[in-house]
Write a protein that binds this ligand. Sequence first.
Ligand code: TMP
Ligand code: ASP
Length: 242
Amino acid sequence: MNIDVKKILNEKPIYSGKAKSIYKIDEDKVLIEFRDDITAGDGAKKDIKKGKGYLNALISSKLFEVLNKDNIPTHYIEYIDPVYMVAKNVEIVLIEVIVRNIAAGSLCRKYPFKEGQELKRPIVQFDYKSDEYGDPMLNEDIAIALDLATEEELKRLKELALKVNESLKKFFDERGIILVDFKIEFGRTKDGELVVADEISPDTMRLWDKETKDILDKDIFRKDLGDVVGKYEIVAKRIGCI
Ligand code: TMP
Ligand code: ASP
């Protein structure tokens, strides 16, 4: 595809989030720019980590390609060197879909799970994507009452999220990495199809080294454990991006 990135970047982004900016290419497509900004705790903690945008663009693109190969619909079209991804222009569903294989993070803060405990079966959790309300957890009735999705769509979101989990868990496992948990977002295409959207990167997943259990994701930044970009680089190398 012939996309004039420079020209597109001359226009204002149609959306700018904490770590990505979205530019319109045309009615059907957007250009996603992965920036070096890193935040935690809803932006309470902020920094810029050189090279993070590049690694997340590469890793996200690779993981969307893995999903597409496994026949899971996504918004992904192509990667553009160094920090860009071309994607379908979709309407983002305001539900953060979290899938957990191993207990960590807020699950252990809110419920009596032990950090590192393997879960009997994956947990799928829906959070309301709203900085204003602090991303509270949803149940089906609240999600429907808020018009975030229909009952059928909620079923489909769960089904697709579990498929994404199976696909990525296997992919990472074969590369010496445990997929502890992750957050994905979905979009509605013009035809009303639900597709995996946004990003899938170490900013939005927990990844542990299978042998050493070393943390290879944004928890390094959240918990001040050292060189976060160095860990993302390990992930990118293991999955064959660099
Ligand atoms: P949690 O344990 O903090 O609820 O996080 C679950 C997963 O979701 C973890 O892989 C990190 C990811 N996540 C995001 O991508 N964005 C967020 O705003 C939060 C809180 C978590
Ligand atoms: N995504 C949130 C933020 O960037 C929280 C987090 O990932 O810890 O502030």
